[in-house]
Design a protein around this ligand. Structure first.
Ligand SMILES: *Cc1c(COP(=O)(O)O)cnc(C)c1O
Length: 373
């Protein structure tokens, strides 16, 4: 065995099916940007479709093209276009492939329209995240331009959407505020004559915690992979983490009381003990912030990381045991064989599980289980 990421495609299928039932009658988009949050973009999209995803969502135009080139033919939305997409022909290819492309400004809308024959365009309004999307003040001009294109047969406006800033905090006042602004923006679009197929606002946390925000469609990323978008808020939706990261132990040996471990000697053995060498480090996406904080499971037993996470390896405290080289180390996973979850790693590192699964990679080999074929 070599250090590996094992992705359970059956878990993705089941999570998607669970989420689709939860949000019905709204439709469900599975978001597979950033290489499927580290799970593999093509494989994750395929598993999601099998699980019942009506739409797939990605950030960039190149990501959309990867899916089309892999044979995905269903409804597909991207939302982060760049001038380079028009310059290098990617935008034209996306239009040809029937990808829904999001416009934030009249200028980008014109570029999308110029890129091909009657593109499918969605419009995004910024209701309070202050990231992508047209500011409310600029929204009337965008919908007016879109209506002009549509009436002239130059584009089909298929969707109007926005994105929450605080949906993992259901009581945050920004949620109500954003939803109210979205309603106003929709009314504006309707007055301009637009009749989009879908209006959408909710990401994973909102899809689970805020039923009123489900509208026609929810855009679910993290929860599809079985991780909890709002780990501090209780809810009854049962999901299974799809990713397990494993490695063989490279070495185990004794360390005497008083000896420092790893760079900087930030941990000094407080007793005679044994340590094990796990062959994955920050070069593979094990966060250096996890120094002296992460845990792993060696042969199913929890072991703390001692000292700093290095580029290629970490040292764990084996508490006097000496498992042989090749013993199984589970770095994180669903948690049912003693290993921590990505959420536990996130807490230990002061980040979110999104970042843990998305950044893991490097030299780890990715392997798939639970294939439906
Ligand atoms: C990433 C993203 C999502 C998915 O967010 P999750 O919290 O992972 O569900 C939805 N919509 C947009 C615009 C995004 O960028």
């Amino acid at each position: 065995m070599r250090p590996e990421i094992v992705v359970d495609l059956a878990a993705i299928r089941r999570n998607v099916t669970t989420l689709k039932r939860l949000v019905a009658p709204a439709a469900l988009m599975t978001v597979v940007k950033a290489d499927g949050y580290g799970h593999g973009i093509v494989e994750s999209a395929r598993a999601a479709r099998q699980g019942g995803a009506d739409w797939i969502g990605v950030a960039t135009v190149p990501e959309a093209l990867v899916l089309r080139e892999a044979g995905d033919e269903g409804p597909l939305l991207c939302w982060l276009t760049l001038p380079a997409d028009a310059e290098d022909g990617s935008l034209s290819r996306a239009v040809e492939h029937g990808v829904d492309i999001t416009a934030y400004t009249p200028e980008r809308l014109d570029q999308i329209v110029a890129a091909g024959d009657c593109p499918r365009v969605q419009l995004k309004v910024d209701t309070g995240l202050a990231r992508g999307g047209a500011a409310l003040a600029d929204w009337p001009a965008l919908v007016a331009r879109a209506a002009e294109h549509e009436q002239a047969g130059r584009a089909r406006i298929t969707g109007v959407w926005s994105h929450f800033a605080c949906s993992d905090e259901p009581d945050h006042p920004a949620n109500d505020e954003q939803q109210a602004r979205f309603e106003q923006a929709l009314a504006r679009a309707e007055e301009a004559g637009l009749r989009p197929e879908v209006t959408h606002l909710a990401n994973s946390a909102a899809a689970i915690l805020r039923p009123s925000s489900r509208l026609d469609l929810v855009r679910v990323g993290l929860a599809s992979y079985g991780l909890d978008p709002a780990p501090d808020v209780p809810h009854g939706t049962h999901l299974r983490p799809a990713m397990t990261v494993r490695a063989p132990l490279a070495l185990s040996k004794a360390v005497a009381r008083g000896e420092g471990v790893s760079y900087g000697h930030t941990w000094v053995a407080d007793r005679d003990t044994t340590v094990g060498l796990v062959p994955a480090g920050y070069g593979d996406g094990v966060p250096r912030h996890g120094s002296n904080a992460l845990e792993v499971a060696v042969d199913g037993v929890r072991r703390p990381v001692r000292g700093r996470v290095c580029m290629d390896q970490v040292v764990v405290d084996l508490g006097g045991d000496l498992p042989g080289a090749g013993a199984e180390v589970a770095l994180f996973g669903p948690g049912d064989h003693g290993e921590p979850t990505a959420q536990e790693w996130a807490v230990a590192c002061g980040t979110i599980s999104y970042e843990i699964v998305t950044r893991i990679g490097g030299r780890l080999e990715r392997r798939y289980e639970g294939n439906d074929e």
